[in-house]
Design a protein around this ligand. Structure first.
Ligand code: TYM
Length: 335
C-alpha cells in the first residue's frame, strides 16, 4: 500500500481553498492508502506567530481536519513539532539542497516580498523541511493544491541528490496528487490572487468556521464582471472572477464547470451567487458544527495529536536513523 503524507500550516483559520484544494482529497485517499496528515507548526513559525494564537490555531485546525472527515484512529493525524525526526532529516536536506535551487522558489519570493533581507532563514529553507516531512516516512503520494507543485519538484531533486551523494537508492520519488478542479481557489476580491488564510482581508476568503451570514455576505459581495455567465467553459477565458466562482461551485457540487454553465449560462450573477452561497453553507455548516463540538471537550484534541505523533515517530525514526547512518553519523550502540 502506498503511503500518503500531507501537511497544512496552523497560521490562520483554514479556508475553502484549503478544503477544496487539499483536505477534501485527504479524506478521499483514506479508503485505499495509509495516510499521515500533519499540522505543520514548525512551518508556521517561519513567519512570526503570536504564541497563544499558534496554540489555539493548532488545535482548531486539527479539529477542523477531523470534522472534514479525516479519521485519526485509522490514519495518523499529528503536529509536526512533536516528531523530532522531521527536524533531524531537514538539517541533512539543508546540506543536500543547493542555494540555487532555493533561490528559484516562487513562494519564497512572494512571501518575502521586497524585504528579502529581513525574511527569516527558516522561510528560506522551508522547502527542505517540507521534503523531510514527506521523505521521513518514505511517503510517495502527496495531495496538495497547485501552489505546492514547485516544492514537491524540489523534494524530488533533494531525494535524487541524496541518493546520488550517498550511493544509495534510499529515498523514493514523490508523486504530487493535484486535483484539477479547485487546485487553485482564488480570492473573492481579486481573481488573480490565491485565496489564502494569511490575506489581510477577511472578505477575500471563506473560512471553514464562517457562519451562514458571513458566507452569504462574502459571496454576495464577491467581485464579478458585468457580463452574464457564459454557456461554455471557453467563455470564462479572461474572466478570472467568474471562472473562480464557477470552479468553486463545480468542486463543491462534485461536478464540472461545463455542467454548472449548462445550468446557469446566460444568467446574471445575482441568482448564481444565491445558489453558490446555499451550496457552500450546506457543505460547510456541518464541518463548522463538528469542529465546535470537538473543541468543546478539553484536552481531547491534544490527546489525539500526541497519540498520532507517537505512531508517526515509530515510522519515521528508523527511516531517519538509516539516513543518518548513510551520511556517516555514529549509530547508538545496542543496549
Ligand atoms: P498551506 O498551509 O499553505 O496549505 C495547505 C494545503 O491547502 C492547499 N491550498 C490551496 N489549494 C487550492 N486553492 C487555494 N487557494 C489553496 N490555498 C492552500 C495547499 O496547496 C496545501 O496543499 N507547505 C505547505 C504545508 C506542508 C506540506 C508538507 C504539504 C508542509 N509540509 C508536506 C505537503 C507535504 C503549506 O504551506 O500549505
Amino acid at each position: 500500500m502506498q503511503r500518503v503524507f500531507s501537511g497544512i500550516q496552523p497560521s490562520g483559520i483554514p479556508t475553502l481553498g484549503n478544503y477544496l484544494g487539499a483536505i477534501r482529497n485527504w479524506v478521499a485517499l483514506q479508503a485505499a492508502h495509509e495516510c499521515l496528515y500533519c499540522v505543520v507548526d514548525l512551518h508556521a513559525i517561519t513567519t512570526w506567530q503570536d504564541p497563544a494564537t499558534l496554540q489555539r490555531q493548532t488545535r482548531e485546525l486539527a479539529a477542523a481536519i477531523i470534522a472534514c472527515g479525516v479519521d485519526p484512529d485509522r490514519h495518523i493525524l499529528f503536529h509536526q513539532s512533536a516528531v523530532p525526526a522531521h527536524v533531524r532529516l531537514a538539517w541533512i536536506f539543508n546540506c543536500v539542497a543547493r542555494i540555487g535551487w532555493l533561490n528559484r522558489m516562487t513562494q519564497f519570493k512572494d512571501k518575502a516580498g521586497k524585504d528579502r533581507e529581513n525574511a527569516s532563514a527558516g522561510l528560506y529553507v522551508y522547502p527542505d523541511l517540507m521534503a523531510a516531512d514527506i521523505l521521513a516516512y518514505h511517503a510517495t503520494r502527496v495531495p496538495v493544491g497547485d501552489d505546492q507543485r514547485q516544492h514537491l519538484e524540489l523534494a524530488n531533486d533533494i531525494a535524487q541528490k541524496f541518493n546520488h551523494d550517498y550511493e544509495s537508492a534510499f529515498f523514493p520519488m514523490i508523486e504530487p496528487l493535484i486535483m484539477p478542479e479547485a487546485a487553485r481557489v482564488m480570492s473573492l476580491r481579486d481573481g488573480t490572487k490565491k485565496m489564502s488564510k494569511s490575506d489581510p482581508s477577511d472578505q477575500s476568503r471563506i473560512n471553514l468556521s464562517d457562519d451562514t451570514d458571513a458566507i452569504v455576505a462574502k459571496i454576495r459581495k464577491a467581485k464579478t464582471d458585468a457580463e452574464p455567465l457564459p454557456s461554455e467553459p471557453q467563455g470564462l477565458e479572461g474572466r478570472a472572477e467568474a471562472r473562480n466562482l464557477v470552479g468553486i461551485y463545480a468542486a463543491l457540487a462534485g461536478t464540472t464547470p461545463a455542467s454548472v454553465l449548462a445550468e446557469y449560462g446566460g444568467q446574471g450573477f445575482a441568482g448564481f451567487k444565491i445558489a453558490l452561497a446555499e451550496l457552500t453553507v450546506t457543505k460547510l455548516a456541518p464541518i463548522a458544527a463538528e469542529t465546535k463540538r470537538l473543541l468543546a471537550e478539553p484536552g481531547h484534541i491534544d490527546r489525539v495529536l500526541f497519540a498520532g505523533a507517537a505512531r508517526a515517530e515509530a515510522i519515521a525514526d528508523p527511516i531517519v536513523a538509516e539516513a543518518e547512518r548513510l551520511v556517516g553519523f555514529l549509530q547508538r550502540p545496542a543496549k
